[in-house]
Design a protein around this ligand. Structure first.
Ligand SMILES: Cc1cc2nc3c(=O)[nH]c(=O)nc-3n(C[C@H](O)[C@H](O)[C@H](O)COP(=O)(O)O)c2cc1C
Length: 222
């Protein structure tokens, strides 16, 4: 069985999406499928050439994993472009088993919940069987987390186990899905810390990386 991973993060090869989908793929490759050795191919939608190639192979009889992060409470524009492109397969992709992986920076599962409903409906409209939506809160920094470490080990292992189980039974383990998705709400004491911490560890770092930290309070339109 072949797993095609369609990575729809604008960060492409540097994305958190890549390491998470990669851990799933590792588990998938560890288990032999019903038709022999499993196989994985990865397409980075942020690359125009790969976007085109991915659009051509989407409808093949295999497992299609569409993976992306939540940006500004929605899917990144390239994910939307890819979905618009594969709309051409409507009614012609019943042998493509669809899986989705979506992850948000915020930890609560509420940030990915509306997208799950959208993606399940998308598969239905395309006429492709949907085997599940993997959701994860707190995905930022996933690529910096070290495998085997306290924070990274459990996360990667969960993805590996999901991939292994999926390869064996075409089913995603519900208990693992629930653990990855994140809590419904943060404890009341923790909630006021989330924004300052997100600013400190995420947005400030992005601003510095883009040499814009000193300009963060500029009001160029005033
Ligand atoms: C421009 C931008 C907007 C984002 N907006 C959200 C958001 O609305 N909600 C959220 O939970 N996380 C948000 N995030 C955090 C990302 O979902 C998170 O960092 C994710 O792990 C990025 O994955 P990637 O490296 O695969 O692109 C945003 C990140 C960026 C860069």
């Amino acid at each position: 069985m072949r797993l095609n991973i369609f990575n729809c993060s604008p960060r492409g090869k540097r994305s958190n999406t890549r390491v998470l989908a990669g851990a799933f793929a590792e588990g998938f490759l560890e288990t032999e499928g019903p038709y022999g050795q499993n196989e994985v191919r990865e397409y980075f939608i942020s690359d125009p050439g790969e976007f085109r190639l991915a659009s051509e192979v989407f409808g093949e009889p295999c497992v299609a994993l569409i993976a992306f992060p939540i940006y500004v409470d929605a899917m990144p524009a390239i994910a939307k472009s890819f979905i618009e492109e594969i709309a051409a397969y409507k009614g012609r992709c019943s042998s493509t088993r669809m899986l989705f992986l979506i992850q948000s920076g915020f930890p609560e599962e509420t940030h990915t919940r509306p997208m799950k409903a959208y993606l399940e409906k998308l598969a239905k409209r395309l006429g492709a069987p949907c085997d599940g939506v993997i959701r994860m809160g707190g995905g930022e920094g996933a690529r910096d987390r070290v495998r085997g470490s306290k924070s990274g080990g459990k996360m990667f292992e969960r993805y590996r186990m999901l991939g292994r189980g999926y390869a064996a039974n075409a089913v995603l383990d519900e208990a693992i899905l629930a653990k990855l998705a994140g809590p419904k709400r943060l404890p009341a004491l923790l909630a006021p810390l989330v924004l300052p911490l997100a600013n400190f560890f995420f947005w400030d770092r992005e601003l510095k990386r883009n040499d814009a930290f000193g300009k963060r309070f500029d009001k160029p339109l005033e």
